[in-house]
Design a protein around this ligand. Structure first.
Ligand code: MN
Ligand code: MN
Length: 282
């Protein structure tokens, strides 16, 4: 099954969707390997039109190339396979849209995006900073992914929103001050996105635990006090005006939500972000 409306593997499209069913470093509860399939299945319950972005999937060209077959348990090899896939997509003149899988897989995609766009900026929507240097000795893990990204993209080009859990050290390192505000700081994200120039190539990585677990309980590491869909739409509207060159939506573990709503929300997030990534006719 493909994401709703997507062309088949082998066709090009301006955007190429692919899944990475990898959850080999999950620290609390695994299951994100089922994320890509659940997002595709849930997408068929959606409309192609986004009334919030005022754009329609029917107008854009995107294809779904299915999942990368990843070696269970090998994070380093998986990251390399993701990087190879993303290089292939950019070489075709298309842009990548990755469905996770755990957040670790973003390392490969951002690495390849950075090879094509040396001045790449990254926006991370996440409950966590993912800035640990290692996790129980592992250098490549969902808890260290942005720390690894910072080895080739300077911290001032990495923006994040929704962080509300972590060690004091990693949160201070991410520029947070305590006590943390509970308003969500929308004004800050508007300022942050305004700072990213219109033409700066921007990779957006969305860890679904950024949402409140009352909306998206089907994730590996739920944290209370997450963002609402309303806040997400505000962000998406701003991103529709930016030069987004790659997107991923990661960490859906669908089996932890018996209602299936988490997968529907994830599929909606994918729709809005496809519409932000697309070269949309005026
Ligand atoms: Mn997270
Ligand atoms: Mn994360």
């Amino acid at each position: 099954m493909r994401y709703m409306g997507a062309l088949a593997e082998g066709t090009k499209g301006d955007i190429i969707v692919f899944g990475v069913p990898f959850d080999g470093t999950a620290s609390f509860r695994a299951g994100t390997r089922f994320g890509p399939g659940a997002i595709r299945a849930a997408s068929h319950s959606l409309e192609t039109f986004s009334p919030f972005i005022d754009r329609d999937l029917d107008v854009i060209q995107y294809s779904d190339w299915g999942d990368i077959e990843v070696p269970p348990g090998s994070a380093a090899r998986t990251v390399e396979m993701v990087a190879e896939k993303v290089r292939e997509i950019y070489n075709l003149g298309a842009e990548p849209f990755m469905l996770g899988g755990e957040h670790t897989v973003s390392l490969g995609a951002i690495k390849a995006a950075h090879e094509f766009y040396p001045n790449l900026a990254v926006l991370q929507l996440d409950a966590h900073t993912d800035l640990r240097d290692d996790y129980l000795g592992e250098k490549i893990s969902h808890a260290t992914v942005i720390k690894r990204v910072m080895e080739f993209i300077p911290p001032e080009r990495i923006y994040r929103y929704g962080v509300r859990a972590g060690t004091r050290e990693e949160m201070v390192g991410a520029g947070l001050e305590f006590p943390l505000g509970i308003e969500g700081g929308m004004r800050d994200i508007e300022k942050a996105i305004a700072k990213i120039g219109d033409n700066v190539p921007l990779y957006v990585t969305i860890d679904l635990d950024v949402f409140d677990p009352s909306l998206v309980p089907g994730i590996g590491n739920p944290e209370p006090l997450g963002i609402t869909y309303r806040e997400f739409i505000q962000i998406a509207r701003l991103l529709a005006l930016r030069n987004v060159v790659g997107v991923d939506v990661v960490e859906l573990a669908p089996h932890f939500d018996q209602t299936g709503v988490s997968a529907v929300v994830a599929a909606s997030v994918v729709r809005e972000m496809l519409l932000c990534l697309a070269r949309y006719p005026d």
